[in-house]
Design a protein around this ligand. Sequence first.
Ligand SMILES: Cc1cc2nc3c(=O)[nH]c(=O)nc-3n(C[C@H](O)[C@H](O)[C@H](O)COP(=O)(O)OP(=O)(O)OC[C@H]3O[C@@H](n4cnc5c(N)ncnc54)[C@H](O)[C@@H]3O)c2cc1C
Length: 188
Amino acid sequence: MAVHNYDVVVIGTGPAGESAAINAAKHGKRVAIIEKQAQVGGNCTHWGTIPSKALRHQVKQIMAFNTNRMFRDIGEPRWFSFPKVMERSRGTIDKQVEMRTTFYARNRIDLFHGVARFKDEHTLLVRDRQEGMEELVAKKIVIATGSRPYRPADINFRHPRIYCSDTILSLSHTPRTPSHFRGWRHWL
Ligand SMILES: Cc1cc2nc3c(=O)[nH]c(=O)nc-3n(C[C@H](O)[C@H](O)[C@H](O)COP(=O)(O)OP(=O)(O)OC[C@H]3O[C@@H](n4cnc5c(N)ncnc54)[C@H](O)[C@@H]3O)c2cc1C
């Protein structure tokens, strides 16, 4: 098992982890960051801020087209399925991932992919998808692992019409009313 030494190791590549890692690197520290998902960016990039705004942008464009009289001369209003609109939004997410990955390279921050867990106060074990293990020793460890959606016990999240913010983007049909989105409307 390889052992790596750092001044600062950050767990999580969401906005909190990214800022902590870059700030430490800019202060001359030797830094590593660990992400359990295949891509950097955290919930913000993959399930929250970026996808919701990319979706909103696509929907606004569709509505602008469908409500603009000029376009009626060339055809009827056109509607797209939710999965189709989501597919278009993926491009924005991919660009964000690419940009955020370069931040780490540019600031000489080592990026490890895998699940981090504490061995002791200054040591983390990182298990990657191939079951390989790395050991990271650091003077300071920043935990920036984010949060999970709250799932009240009296709500059946296995029900096919009930979603949380982690599952809503994998919706495979087009909702017919906005009621499905009530929970996250305040972000839009
Ligand atoms: C639908 C929606 C819309 C939103 N819109 C906005 C908005 O418009 N504006 C706004 O400011 N906020 C918005 N938010 C909130 C925003 O997404 C979060 O506040 C933000 O992502 C929190 O950042 P974070 O770095 O703390 O955690 P996260 O972004 O959750 O990142 C944590 C990272 O840690 C990783 N991780 C966890 N455990 C481990 C481990 N053991 N080992 C390795 N990696 C690990 C996770 O994989 C994840 O990548 C929205 C959220 C949602 C759900």
